[in-house]
Design a protein around this ligand. Structure first.
Ligand code: AMP
Length: 217
């Protein structure tokens, strides 16, 4: 079972990916986490990546494809991709790779959320700078306010969650990632999720859609 999640920043792909992986025993690979780990490593490549991320721009396709494809191939079994692919060239590279490896994508879930709901989610989002766990001050608060449950580090607002950067990321999503929806619809593996509700409500719908999809195929 290999699944990819599409949706604008703040759609809840990361949170739902964790739940899907837990339910179906899959590996979770988030392109944002891969990039943030590179950025924190401070390598020349990491510094280049930081510039793109902090300005809310997409990392160029060639670098993204090189970084992600080798990580995807190294995954031992079924997986959930979150944040990759984000452009048609990335999707084509992924299709070719998985086709050659006889591990094609079985399902692509497109998370759709009203822009006002997205803004609220960004305002409250916090991240642990060490283990990269994500929280929300209202909908997914840590046990102690402002502190990571896993390692006790102080939670931060992501640099690219600032309102002006968020606006840019959402616009970019519409232009660059929008065409992916048509690409996967044409392959016949796209399903839409209304992801505007609470984490638990969306989760029920997502897990149900996945179960039904695999029961039919
Ligand atoms: P995310 O955590 O998925 O919202 O990603 C954070 C940032 O990483 C994005 O705003 C982009 O700058 C960059 N990024 C993540 N995934 C990709 C991708 N597939 N292609 C290009 N840039 C990406």
């Amino acid at each position: 079972m290999n699944i990819a999640l599409l949706g604008p920043p703040g759609a809840g792909k990361g949170t739902q990916a964790q739940r899907i992986c837990h339910e179906f025993n899959l590996a979770h690979l988030s392109s944002g986490d891969v990039l943030r780990a590179e950025k924190m490593a401070g390598t020349p490549q990491g510094l280049r990546i930081r510039d793109f991320i902090d300005k809310g721009m997409l990392v160029p396709d060639d670098l993204m494809i090189q970084l992600m494809l080798e990580k995807i191939l190294a995954l031992p079994g079924g997986f959930v991709l979150d944040g990759f692919p984000r452009t048609v060239p990335q999707a084509r590279a992924l299709t070719d790779l998985l086709h050659d490896a006889l591990r094609p994508l079985s399902l692509v879930l497109n998370f759709v959320v009203n822009p006002r709901v997205l803004s609220h989610r960004f305002e409250g989002r916090r991240i642990c700078p060490v283990c990269l766990s994500v929280y929300h001050v209202d909908s997914m608060p840590p046990r102690v306010a402002g502190v990571c449950d896993n390692d006790g580090h102080e939670l931060l607002i992501r640099e690219d969650d600032r309102p002006e950067v968020v606006r840019q990321r959402i616009e970019l999503y519409q232009t660059s990632t929008g065409p992916l929806i048509a690409y996967y619809a044409q392959l016949g593996i796209l399903k839409t999720i209304d992801a505007g509700g609470s984490v638990d409500d969306v989760s029920v719908v997502v897990l149900d859609k996945i179960r039904r999809h695999f029961a039919q195929s």
